[in-house]
Write a protein that binds this ligand. Sequence first.
Ligand code: BES
Ligand code: ZN
Length: 859
Amino acid sequence: MAESIHMPTKNKQQKASGKEEPHQTLGRNVSPNKYSLSVKPDFGSSTFDGTVVIDVNIASATNEIQLNAAELTINGAVVISNGVVQQAVVKVDPDNERIVLKLANDVSHDAQIKIDFSGTNNDGMYGFYRSTYVDGDKANVLLTTQFESADARKAFPCFDEPEFKAVFDVSMIVPSDLECVSNMPSASSTDLGNGLKEVKFSKSPKMSTYLLYLGIGNYDRLSDTSGNTEISVLTTHGNSHMADVPLQLARKFLDFYEDYFGIKYPLPKLDLIAIPDFSAGAMENWGAITFREVDLLANNNTSIATLQRVAMVIAHELAHQWFGNLVTMEWWNDLWLNEAFAEFLGYKAMEFIFPDWQMKREFITEDTSAALSADQLSSTHPISVNVRSPADADTLFGAITYEKGGSILNMIESYAGKEIFREGLHRYLIKYSYSNATRADLWGFMDEVARERNKDVSVSKVASRWIDLPGYPSIAVSRTKSGVKLEQQRHFLLNNLSDATSWPIPVNYQVSGEDHQLLMDGRTASIKMGRDQWIKLNFGQNGFYRVAYEGDDVDRLGALIAAKRVESIDSWGVHHDLFARAISGRISAESYLDFVERYCKDADYPTNSSVLGGLSALSNALPKGKNERAKDMLIQDGIRLLDKLGWERKSGETAFDTMTRPSAILELGFAGHQPTISKAVQMFYAHMNNGEEIDPNIRGAVYYIAARSEGEKVFGLLKERFKSEKVAEEKARLLKAMSMFADENLLLRSFDFAMSPDVKIQDTFKLTSFGAYRNPAAKGMILKWTEDNFEELKSRYLGGTNMIGKFVEALSVLDTRQDLEEVIRFFSQKGMMRDDMKQAYADTTERILANIQFLEANK
Ligand code: BES
Ligand code: ZN
């Protein structure tokens, strides 16, 4: 390694933490019971005025009250206690996003704080913001909020920490022709004259500030009732033809959760609102869930992949209505209690509603595999980290919190048993309803249920290590005289790293078809078995670890895979672990290819799809001249798959076939397989010029291949189509197609287009990231483009949007020392780094280094 390249430094010493760690907080002396919030936006000037009256309880007498507020103007504040009204002197502390109210005399017990304030409806997708769209041919605006983690304070002064739960009494003064939405149904609407009305909402249950919702606009609404709950999907004008699918999904998931948790959904209504400008995918505001359009709207022209995503997002946000909204983590260090559960339970709901999709298996091949990938970096962090300020929490919304957190829950569920897990959740939710809890409370209930049922498991002991430690183990399996020895060691992507961590691993395994379990408590363990028997570790793939078989055990498994004598998920797991060993240089690319050639030719889903991905990754990652074999195998494999599947969707085929088909087409096209390219290009023109239909499931693949092989000829076409297209999913396809040009200059024009006013700032990364990950030409231009645009990007993505990191992460496709040095130089410049990109930067530099090492190892 060249002297000038340093290992990426960690952004901060991240320590596992319980709630006892000190963190920035307003303190507990003054706590809110109820907010009466009234807002009055002015659409003309994009500003709003507001008044908030907060009923508080004061534990010990004080003449100073602190609240959170940021990006607001405070017009006046009084505190009323014991019938005495005191004017407060307001001190603004922008660094800590607080205001301090100073009073002449002490106040105690019950008091009311009344603050008048005003602010701006920004275009940055955080706080109380503007979203713009075209309705017919008229530009239109709606107002909406996004408060998690710490942006409620940008809409009104409040005690903006999750533990301060309070009742919200909301009202809005708006133009008479607009509709207002909040967490609760509206209780009254009063005409104020002058074209204005005042809408008052019913009182909310006790809840955290980050879950409050305010929305004002022209909506189309489609509703249905489920039990006592009115469910509605709200869209901008003209989109309600895509509202019925999500509405029916929401009904089914709501039923599922009421039954699974054994607790009814507590609010009278549930709105699912499609927002044209949205930074994340969706937000679980209680009773008023907001979504990106592409993640909510669907009809029968929607591809299965997008439909699955839509269902998944709805299932995830509905899980939060209990896990997160009814019971909330005490502090942001336990954010994973919200997100990991919503992720895991979302899959559970999907599995129940759509048994054909086998979502449990999908959870492992999608979430667990993404988590294993993220958590193999030395820059990773524990699931639970010390969070000092709520803004720190913004950077925790990533693969470790969601996918690793969810995967650990899956492992715990399979260790404790489904019924103990579920009953533990039920007791936890009942006990802490309308209140806050920590993970210790949760594990405690699971242990309690296990004890009652005489089951010998210790959830708290096993789970807490996995939550507190960064990384995960790889278990090496080697033969001994009497059986096999297991030895665990932390797995790093960079194979020259190691450390001494050891995990309590619930290991499920099969020996020649017989199931066994053991809890591996130390570094090593042994299993007795015969010479001729075979062993498969991580049987069912519910464990969060990799397995490395030594000697010929991997070939024994290979033979079983070829003979289809193991479950599809176990065959997937063997291949997946082997590929990870190849990409991290632990085995040669050749021996991986040997394995695939011998045993995986005729594999079923999901192994077939994983093999295709593995061959594609290797043929891109290996240096030219060394990648022929991988590329040949990729083409052979793609042809075999596509021959079997055909280009046309067959009636009654499985969703797996429908989703594997576009992968096969795309890989063949990108690998340069001429017949596939010709067919895709011909379909593309027939569609664009003569309106001939293309199955939405393969339409993306067709566009991407056409862009790559036709270049300049289709640039304008794609761009114009993108501009006039209304449907979010199709717009995303067109935009992604523009990231596929083989010519660097053309690609640069596309990247620049992604920054133009024609592309919403929520969508820019779709083009740039897809290009980075799927187009080899991006390696030649992405670094310079990123540097040239970085200041602009930083100014666009502020607040809790958490989007800037995506642009940093796209650089992880670079693979030369020179580029790594330049990345380090660029981000080390004074003022360049910001808190919300530190994690992405650390991960990215490490990935680049791994790419370099891979190339060197395979020279
Ligand atoms: N609570 C999050 C939304 C959020 C994300 C708020 C980031 C603040 C910062 C929401 O429940 C969520 O997790 N949304 C996911 C979609 C989900 C299906 C994984 C998202 O937006 O990507
Ligand atoms: Zn979530």
